[in-house]
Design a protein around this ligand. Sequence first.
Ligand code: HPA
Ligand SMILES: [Zn+2]
Length: 338
Amino acid sequence: MTTDLDQFITGLPKAELHLHIEGSLEPELMFALAARNGIEIPYASVEDVRAAYAFSNLQDFLDIYYAGASVLITQADFHDLAMAYFDRAAADGVRHAEIMFDPQTHTDRGIAFATVIEGLLSAMAEAEAKHGLTSALILSFLRHLSEEAAFEVLAMAEPYLDRIAAVGLDSSEVGHPPAKFARVFAAAAAKGLKRVAHAGEEGPPEYVVEALDLLHVDRIDHGNRAMEDAGLVRRLAGAGMTLTVCPLSNLKLCVVGDLADHPLDRMLAEGLRATVNSDDPAYFGGYVADNYRAIAKARGLSRDDLATLARNSFTGSFLPAAAIDRHLLAVDAWLSDG
Ligand code: HPA
Ligand SMILES: [Zn+2]
């Protein structure tokens, strides 16, 4: 069977490793939840919401993203949000998803940590039963808030530590270096959690170095600006460090001016374990297969390149080795049959 490139990408078994569940809130669901919960939102229509999604940097986006999350109130809201993502991801060939959630965005509005995580966990169980799609949770600290606040959210997570794979670090990067969170990441590591951090999206290569040396991360989220430092690229490649790259996010947040200038294939050529992810698909105009398609077209990627990206997504995941091996065989089978 020979499929066209679109079908090849959709059917390619893949993991998604960089996805903020709050960033999968589509305008239609935002309106439905606002009505269900009696919450006012500053938009007249779904079209109005989409028109507001023109960003010139990360902070522009974050302001709108945090405001959008205000419609999420009940456990059912978090369940419905995550289920909508899982249904969409399954249709894109996602077999495993490691999803970030930002508890502070909700607990600071008076929503209980348990409400958030119970809603997400019930959707995760449903996604596995419905689609065979496995998933894991990454608790992300908001880096514009204090170290003390990060410790508070880690304490709230205590009853759920066996259901959380990792901690992460997101929100406004510049001015909030990884060093600010070294102690809370060490505490998370002592509790057996893996570690990821956004670094080198807008922040300098030094933030990537800090994420490695001070946070002892298992993956770097984004990592684009690591490409400015040849020694750092060699270090990341030598360590087999996974980068969770998000092409459409990079375009929408002006990290790159044009996808034609995106460094993804240069990353692969330099031996970096790059992956392709959607970041905040409801805000950036595409889910994971849209990201594969956009970057394949912009940079002329081959089917072998796309299969490498899919393999990297499994080898960079927190799945057990046997599950990774099973998924890698599925990628190889699709490459030879697809
Ligand atoms: O791309 C991102 N960067 C930083 N923080 C975020 N929170 C959601 N998406 C992002
Ligand atoms: Zn992100």
